[in-house]
Design a protein around this ligand. Structure first.
Ligand code: ZN
Ligand code: ZN
Ligand code: ZN
Length: 79
């Protein structure tokens, strides 16, 4: 906490520079295998794909997700 923190502006976000009222989120939307979605931005109000530019599968998360484990288990049983 130095007090001089610069607010990082995402220049690559076209939606910010466009119409002000355009509802979108800069968080990363995580799609779970059960069909639910989760956003890394805790202020995110609606966790839907249309509001997000960054969308990842929870199986691709470095830290992993409970879903992926469940899926692996399901696959191992399938055969
Ligand atoms: Zn933006
Ligand atoms: Zn998951
Ligand atoms: Zn979000």
């Amino acid at each position: 906490m130095s007090g001089g923190t610069k607010r990082i502006v995402n220049r690559e976000c076209g939606r910010c520079s466009e119409a002000e009222g355009l509802d979108h989120c800069h968080g990363t939307l995580i799609l779970h295998t059960d069909g639910s979605a989760e956003c890394t931005d805790e202020l995110c109000v609606r966790e839907i794909e249309a509001r997000h530019q960054l969308i990842v599968d929870c199986a691709d998360l470095i830290e992993g997700c409970g879903c992926a484990e469940w899926l692996a288990e399901a696959y191992s049983r399938a055969s």
